[in-house]
Write a protein of this length. Structure first.
Lengths: 109, 900
């Protein structure tokens, strides 16, 4: 996998991490993705994606107990490189969406 | 099942193993959280499966990652010669710095690899090595079947000429067929008369097989046409060197073979020892000279029913062995129609030469033995490897702080693993080289030992490329086998605790100790080998104790070859035999003399076909029965100590009368139970018959383990009396009797050559040779395994002593006595030994069952063996654990506590 291209699932994991702000670790990411997409998400896949993102420098992790107390969790944050990557991929998507609107929604202006 | 609230236990344990160390305590918690949430929405059973699926998925993905990484690292590394050179230099320095470890490691490996190389060389030489012939892939062995259904027997000369003509002249799958037969001949060399093994071959034998001549030429077509007209011979290379001093002027000289002058026309090239891989052929002559070497002036060349030739066929380009086989089958049918008297029931068959080592029948017997021996030495190597792995683990553990430091400083795990592997592979290669030397030396010893058979034996056990390839593969496999696990383990520490706590970090937290597992494995494998050795030793004892049914006391056995010594007619030979017997019996110190062409429990199996009146016919076309037989002279039963229980034995007066026989009791029990057979006649074929005059007690005939076997003793009349061997009984040892016997015979004819001269002990030794070899080899390997296992226990206990110095110091300072400390440490070692013996008991029980067919008179699960071996193994293990443990008793508590 070239370093600057995200797979669709990794993309989703990064988005979920961003949405969860300070509360992003594997469990919450799985639950968030399931809530938004409405489909079952495998924690094993999330775990692997997170490790790859971290290896690629797009995410960083730290160990700390959750606010409600208990054992340590590995919390993830999106790094500046990760943010750059997401901006870039959004730009590409938006460019692709350009001009498609009239086909998908013929009624609107 | 655990409680409903927590995830499946096995899956969770597996999950922890699969994860990298830094996530081991974190991710399972997170997954557990999800698990609890899911149970509420999806139910217990589905959630448990869901959890297991997550673990499986993670395992697969991690394996994929590791595999990819190892491949990349290996690729990078093998292309990075600088790194390799650095690693090698570092490994050499480290090995030199700990010479004790290096020596033990190299020695263990050398023993293991050496034993494997030696054994494989033997098996390779006998079973795997192709004859050094041109294009061996297109050769087939051609056999004539027996009429009792056995497919792979020898062929007759007339049949051979017909097959050859059809092959050469036709367009079948074979382009040529060449033939040979083995002979015994008397060679009057520079060093006096000598009995030699030789081969009679078709004139184009050497050309077709692509065997070069060292000197002179091989035979010409003209020399192999008219019987008896071209007395020409080739010398085997060794005979040329040993008996003729490698004299190049030997070509053109005349040598006397079996009393007839032969002109030497050449010397066969050095690489060729004859067509059998084991027996050395010393001279060669054309097939047309066959009758010059045959007894009694019988014409072997023209008798279609006399089958004793080995044939090899050359496949035409594109033809397959199966086509040759089918072609021969058809051809044999044609021969049956043309020559029903001699060829009915004799089919023909071909097998690819590459698939035949000695002979299909012999191969079938040797293969399981070879497999057994290779399995045994394989176990020894496994034990040696386990030892080294154990040592390396100990060393790796001692280096944990260093390795953790290097990992923390950013060294790649791949680089560290690589460096450790270079070290173990270096050890394995040095051990392998030493092993090859050891094997070479051992084989030299083994080969200097001539088994108790009368023909010269040559097993070419030289280190050919197959053997070396085997050794290289074994060495590298051993290096990886005992190196990889320690290397992976050593480079996978939890870096932080090791750095923080130093040596204290490794005292706890080992769920499964690989080193201890290795000791258990070693003990159990040694147990298996020792049980095998024990069973064969017991079997040897039993075999010795079996009563063979004849007198095994001291006797001289001499077999003169008067046929080869100038006694031309059967009459002359019979007279000579009787003269020798009378001269022997005239000696007051000689008690009795027997004559026979076969002694019980000899190497040769000999049967005759007999028609038995009033007994259902056999399945042979003739209806005759194959029964073990021997031709004997008068006086045989008295001298052999075999009782004649009914009727009478033979006397001198019978010699000129009708053919007579004595049968064994087992013969009566099998064919005429409850009847009086004295006076009955047995049909011996060709309209002849023999009259039974007595019944003798049973003796063992072929093997000690057999049930009583029907046996027929025929009185050797004038035609055969001169071809029998003598068994001489009297005062003194076998060697004294032998010297006396030879002295007496020398007084009658000093020029007689002998097929064999030996004592009764040597004769019986041949029979006990296989069990004695098996017992000897297994005992050696079992002892080796025991030694290696003892070294393993010693290593584990002494490492434990070093590691637990602090603990021992505390115990001693709290008042523990020396003996308590010692028994604590010995006890921890012996627990492993007990576990190993328990596993070994099961393995040995399973392994012993297929061994049963190699054993005489011993049950596979022999109680004595299964009791004695644990005792011996336990005692040795105890000693190995006690020696290092004793050192701990001398620990000075103050120093021990200060040591960290």
């Amino acid at each position: 996998m070239p370093k600057d291209v995200l797979g669709e699932f990794e993309h989703q994991v990064l988005l979920a991490t961003l949405r969860l702000k300070d509360g992003a670790y594997s469990t919450t990411i799985v639950l968030e993705l399931e809530r938004v997409t409405g489909r079952d998400v495998a924690p094993a896949a999330v775990y692997i994606a997170l490790r790859r993102l971290e290896e690629g420098g797009f995410a960083a992790s730290s160990l700390r107990p959750p606010p409600e107390g208990g054992r340590q969790r590995r919390y993830f944050q999106v790094t500046p490189a990760g943010l750059d990557l997401m901006r870039e991929s959004r730009r590409r998507y938006v460019a692709l969406w350009d001009g498609v609107e009239s086909v998908l929604e013929p009624g609107s202006p | 099942m655990g409680d409903a609230g927590s995830p499946p236990r096995v899956a969770e344990a597996l999950l922890r193993r699969v994860l990298p160390p830094e996530d081991r305590d974190v991710f399972p918690e997170e997954l557990d959280e999800l698990y609890r949430i899911r149970i509420r929405t999806r139910g217990l059973l589905r959630t448990r499966w869901w959890y297991r699926r997550q673990v499986a998925e993670l395992l697969l993905r991690r394996l994929g990652t590791v595999a990819r990484r190892v491949t990349t690292t290996t690729m990078e590394w093998t292309t990075d010669m600088d790194a390799l050179r650095r690693d090698l230099a570092y490994a050499v320095r480290r090995l030199i710095r700990s010479p004790g470890f290096t020596l033990v490691a190299v020695l263990s490996l050398a023993l293991g690899i050496g034993a494997n190389t030696a054994m494989f060389s033997l098996v390779n030489a006998v079973l795997f090595r192709d004859l050094p012939v041109r294009d061996s892939g297109s050769l087939v062995e051609v056999y004539t079947g027996e009429d009792d259904g056995y497919a792979y027997a020898t062929s007759s000369h007339p049949d051979y000429l017909d097959i050859r003509a059809a092959a050469v002249g036709g367009d079948g799958p074979l382009s040529n067929v060449v033939g040979s037969r083995t002979i015994l001949a008397r060679l009057d060399g520079d060093a006096g008369p000598e009995l030699v093994m030789g081969e009679l071959v078709s004139w184009d034998w050497f050309q077709e097989l692509g065997v070069p001549m060292a000197l002179g030429r091989s035979f010409t077509a003209e020399e192999d046409v008219t019987p008896g007209t071209h007395p020409v011979a080739l010398l085997g290379y060794r005979t040329w060197v040993n008996d003729f001093g490698a004299d190049p002027s030997v070509v053109g000289r005349t040598v006397r073979l079996s009393g007839r002058p032969f002109t030497v026309v050449g010397v066969v090239g050095e690489g060729w020892n004859g067509s059998l891989p084991v027996v050395v052929s010393q001279i060669y002559a054309p097939l047309a000279m066959t009758n010059a070497f045959m007894e009694g002036g019988i014409d072997q060349l023209s008798r279609r029913g006399s089958r004793s030739m080995f044939l090899k066929g050359r496949l035409r380009e594109g033809a397959t062995p199966q086509q040759a086989d089918a072609w021969l089958a058809t051809f044999a049918q044609g021969l049956e129609e043309r020559y029903p008297d001699t060829n009915t029931g004799h089919a023909m068959a071909a097998l690819p030469s590459a698939d035949v080592a000695l002979h299909p029948l012999v191969d079938g017997m040797l293969t399981p033995v070879a497999g057994l021996l290779l399995a045994v030495v394989g176990l020894v190597l496994l034990i040696a490897c386990a030892n080294l792995a154990s040592f390396l683990l100990a060393r790796a553990e001692d280096r944990r702080t260093e390795i953790a430091m290097r990992l923390a400083l950013g060294a790649g795990r791949g680089a560290l693993v690589r460096q450790l592997l270079v070290e173990t592979t270096l050890l394995a290669v040095v051990g392998g080289a030493a092993g090859v030397l050891l094997a070479h030396w051992t084989l030299g010893l083994v080969m200097a030992f001539q088994p108790p058979i009368p023909v010269p034996i040559s097993i070419d056990v030289g280190l050919d490329s197959t053997v070396l390839a085997f050794t290289v593969v074994v060495s590298v496999a051993a290096g990886l086998l005992f190196g990889l696990a320690p290397a992976l383990r050593a480079t996978n520490p939890d870096v932080a605790p090791t750095l923080k706590l130093g040596d204290a970090a490794r005292v706890r937290g080992r769920r499964f100790d690989l080193r201890r597992g290795l000791v258990v494995a070693q003990i159990s494998l040694s147990f298996v080998l020792l049980v095998g050795a024990g069973l064969f030793v017991r079997s040897l004892q039993k075999a010795r104790a079996i009563d063979p049914g004849f007198d095994t006391g001291p006797a001289a056995l001499v077999w003169p070859m008067s046929e080869l010594s100038g006694y031309e007619t059967p009459r002359e030979r019979a007279d000579l035999a009787l003269r020798i017997r009378d001269a022997l019996e005239a000696d007051p110190r000689i008690r009795a003399v027997a004559m026979a062409d076969r002694l019980p429990l000899g190497a040769a199996v000999q049967t005759g076909a007999f028609g038995l009146p009033d007994v259902p016919p056999s399945e042979r076309p003739s209806g005759f029965h194959d029964i073990d037989n021997a031709r004997v002279g008068p006086g045989y039963f008295a001298a052999m100590g075999v009782e004649v229980v009914q009727g009478r034995a033979f006397t001198d007066d019978d010699l000129d009368g009708e053919p007579l026989a004595v049968v064994s009791r087992a013969f009566v029990d099998r064919f005429y139970p409850g009847q009086d057979v004295v006076g009955r006649r047995l049909d011996t074929g060709g309209g002849e018959s023999t009259r039974i005059v007595g019944v003798a007690a049973d003796t063992k005939v072929r093997t000690l383990g057999e049930a009583p076997r029907p046996y027929i003793y025929e009185l050797g009349g004038e035609p055969t009396l001169g071809a029998l061997q003598f068994v001489v009984r009297g005062e003194g040892t076998g060697d004294e009797l032998l010297a006396r016997t030879l002295g007496v015979i020398e007084g009658i004819d000093p020029d007689l050559v002998f097929l064999e001269t030996k004592t009764m002990d040597a004769h019986l030794a041949l029979l006990l040779f296989p069990p004695r070899m098996a017992a000897g080899l297994l005992t050696v390997f079992g002892a080796l395994a025991l030694l290696l296992a003892a070294v393993g226990i010693w290593g584990v206990v002494s490492h434990a002593v070093a590691r637990r110095t602090r603990e021992v110091g505390i115990r001693v300072s709290l008042g523990a006595g020396a003996s308590q400390v010692v028994s604590l440490l010995v006890g921890s070692g012996m627990r492993l030994v007990m576990a190993g013996m328990a596993v070994g008991l099961l393995l040995a029980g399973a392994a012993a069952v297929p061994l049963a067919r190699f054993l005489y008179g011993v049950e596979a699960l022999d109680l004595a063996t299964f009791v004695a071996i644990p005792v011996v193994l336990g005692a040795v293990a105890l000693a190995a654990a006690w020696v290092p443990a004793r050192r701990a008793a001398g620990v000075d508590p103050v120093r021990a506590l200060r040591s960290e």
